[in-house]
Design a protein around this ligand. Structure first.
Ligand code: CA
Length: 227
């Protein structure tokens, strides 16, 4: 899942980013309204964490523009201003939730997950494909009800394939969802993670496998048609 963090206090932003990455989120960080607009125009985020006080604009102004453009991405507002006024304005403007600074990382993660679990959000409870299940909240993968160990990137790949079970997922979608802007993505890295995931599923007795459609993308389905 890919998040955008809009926060101009760089050290603070960096620590939030690290905390979220530890919870298997891909995080893009921008420190201005202009940066946020550019990022939102180019990537479809699963959720946005938005600071209200930015150097070039106010977070509420940004949010209002996004909503007017029909962008319904879940937005969580971060604010140091604890006036009731700001909170009410934020929610009226279309924010989904807000968090007052300072906060605990666990609290932020819990709020983000709650946003993603809402109807239409990207976190369901548990997805299944054949005998494989993926608990999007606990971030746990099971085969035949037995938890398996799996790397963060492989989990990211599997999640996207399970969300589109039986349909082709273009490689570019996997790249978009499992890496942030600042991460180096070598040309074959998605292939590497897919290949490891495929072996891991087979080794653990999964009834579904990952198929490669050359030049098109990947498909998770029952049985092993090729590769
Ligand atoms: Ca600020």
């Amino acid at each position: 899942m890919r998040l955008l963090l809009v926060e101009d206090h760089n050290r603070f932003a960096e620590s939030i980013k690290v905390g979220l990455e530890n919870q298997a989120f891909a995080v893009d960080m921008v420190d201005s309204g202009a940066g946020a607009d550019a990022a939102v125009a180019s990537v479809q985020y699963d959720a946005i964490i938005l600071d209200l006080g930015l150097p070039d604009t106010d977070g509420l102004t940004l949010l209002k523009q996004w909503r007017e453009q029909g962008n319904v991405v879940p937005v969580l507002i971060l604010t140091a201003r604890d006036g009731l006024d700001d909170r009410v304005k934020g929610l009226n403007t279309g924010a989904d939730d807000y968090l007052l600074k300072p906060f605990e990382m666990e609290e932020l993660v819990a709020r983000i997950r709650a946003l993603l679990r809402r109807p239409g959000g990207v976190l369901g409870l548990v997805m299944t494909a054949g005998n494989v299940s993926f608990d999007t909240t606990a971030r746990e993968v099971r085969v035949n009800d037995q938890p398996i160990s799996i790397s963060r990137r492989e989990m990211g790949v599997l999640e996207q394939l399970m969300r589109r079970y039986g349909r082709v997922v273009p490689k570019s979608v996997l790249e978009d969802k499992i890496y942030g802007f600042d991460e180096e993505v070598s040309s074959n890295s998605v292939e590497v993670h897919v290949s490891r995931l495929r072996k891991r599923l087979t080794k653990n007795g999964a009834s579904v496998s990952v198929h490669t459609l050359r030049g098109v993308g990947y498909l998770l389905s029952e049985g092993s048609l090729n590769n």
